[in-house]
Design a protein around this ligand. Structure first.
Ligand SMILES: O=C(O)C1=C[C@@H](OP(=O)(O)O)[C@@H](O)[C@H](O)C1
Ligand SMILES: C=C(OP(=O)(O)O)C(=O)O
Length: 430
């Protein structure tokens, strides 16, 4: 699908969509528990992949209105009848690789063309050291992946510099192993807040994991535990909200309130502080869970460390494109291992809109200025599409292709923007 976007300002109130990361975890932990209900889950392509995989492991999941009713496997996932297709979702693939290690048979996991380019080496290596046979069919650490269950326990180290999802996956599965596991992270842990979200959810589901004092980079995970998630309400998603908040900040005449944004372990809530640092007019009523942004204040360049919050990079890159001065997005190499190489995608697309940008191995240097309309490519990547839509509302006269990819994390993105007054037309041709 392609959309064309004219210069627009946006005004009004909108509900932040439910968090993708919390939804993945709530479904996965409910599926490993006996019986649970999840209120207000995100139902998007990625979380549907987690629902599908959980069903393949034996959970039964029914949607009724805004709730998911889950009969779980009570700690004993069964061997799937078929290959598990994790579609476009890295979180699903990594979590389900570790769940597969708890079965007493063989599981094959794959995904779409994008997911089959993403690395899994550190997780495969640790699963093998924990007594599991796990390998890539192509011998390149990428899906399709085969996992033969038998998760024991051991003292292991894992590389934290590629994806925190490997660590989250082990933190979810290891409490159900026969023995205890000691897991230490080597190399810089990227995307750490996502590990904190995992720990929060795992503990809420009744499982104990001990964190050592070493900056939270070591875990002792007793085995033979049980999950008992009963009920959980998914909070709003700060990454999805970032596109709305940042758009309002960039465009004069805009005033947007995003609701359902309460304090949370989500690292991407730093979008609020980032907009403040850039000089935006933004207020967060934490009690009411409401963030309000008024556009029109000139934005200043910043340095943005993407280590903990890779998903904000497309949003911040577009903000930098209109800010006064030269911004640097650094510590961002892991952003290359997403649905696309997002540093590369931004380095190719933003200059089409007139942006001056330099790409390095782990950084983008962006000098802000006037944007001009262009036909840009969305790279089949939801976050690239949503970030380009922000730029399109500033530049006007912009078309973006592969916009259906917003279904991965924010299916109502274009509907919400239109309701706020954005001038967006969807056309069905490629
Ligand atoms: O665990 C999670 O829910 C996620 C972790 C992050 O990935 P990495 O840990 O691979 O950086 C993030 O980019 C992704 O969107 C969601
Ligand atoms: C990278 C993302 O998700 P995942 O790793 O689950 O595919 C994302 O949502 O930007």
């Amino acid at each position: 699908m392609r959309v064309s976007i004219s210069k627009s300002s946006i005004k009004g109130e909108v509900f932040a969509p439910p968090s993708k990361s919390y939804t993945h975890r709530a479904i996965t932990l409910a599926a490993l528990s006996k019986e649970a209900v999840i209120h207000r889950p995100l139902l998007s392509a990625d979380t549907l992949a987690t629902i599908h995989a959980s069903r393949m492991f034996g959970a039964s999941i029914d949607q009724k209105g805004d709730d998911l009713f889950i009969q779980g496997v009570n700690g004993k996932p069964r061997v799937p009848d078929d290959v598990i297709d994790a579609a476009n979702s890295g979180t699903t693939l990594r979590f389900m690789m570790a769940i597969a290690a708890l079965t007493d048979g063989i599981t094959v996991l794959t995904g779409d063309a994008s997911l089959r380019t993403r690395p899994n080496g550190p997780l495969l290596e640790v699963l093998n050291r924990l007594g599991v046979k796990a390998f890539s069919t192509r011998g390149n650490d990428k899906a399709p992946i085969v996992v033969k269950g038998g998760l024991g326990g051991a003292i292991v180290t894992i590389d934290g510099s590629i994806s925190s999802q490997f660590i989250s996956a082990l933190l979810i599965a290891c409490p159900l192993a026969q023995n205890s596991t000691t897991l230490s992270i080597v190399g810089e842990l990227k995307s750490k807040p996502y590990v904190d979200v995992t720990l929060e959810m795992v503990e809420l589901a009744g499982v104990k994991i001990h964190t050592d004092d070493n900056n939270g980079t070591g875990f002792i995970i007793p085995g033979k535990q049980k999950y008992n998630l009963k009920e959980y309400t998914i909070p709003g998603d700060f990454s999805s909200a970032s596109y709305l908040l940042a758009s309002a900040a960039m465009i004069e005449g805009s005033e947007v309130t995003v609701k359902n944004l309460f304090p949370s372990k989500q690292g991407d809530l730093v979008i609020i502080e980032t907009l403040e640092r850039m000089g935006a007019d933004i207020t967060w009523d934490r009690k009411a869970g409401k963030v309000t942004v008024r556009g029109g204040k000139p934005l200043k360049a910043i340095t943005f460390d993407a280590g903990a919050t890779p998903d904000l990079v497309p949003t911040v890159a577009v903000l930098a494109s209109v800010a006064e001065g030269t911004s640097r997005i650094e510590n961002a190499e892991h952003v290359r291992y997403k649905e696309t190489d997002r540093l590369r995608a931004l380095a190719i697309e933003l200059p089409k809109l007139g942006v001056r940008l330099k790409e390095a191995k782990d950084s983008l240097t962006i000098t802000g200025g006037e944007l001009k309309g262009a036909a840009v490519h969305g790279w089949d990547d939801h976050r690239i599409v949503m970030a380009l839509a922000m730029a399109g509302m500033v530049a006007g006269n912009t078309t973006i292709d592969t916009t259906e990819s917003v279904s991965i994390s924010y299916p109502d993105f274009f509907k919400d923007l239109s309701n706020l007054g954005a001038k967006i037309e969807e056309t069905s041709e490629e």
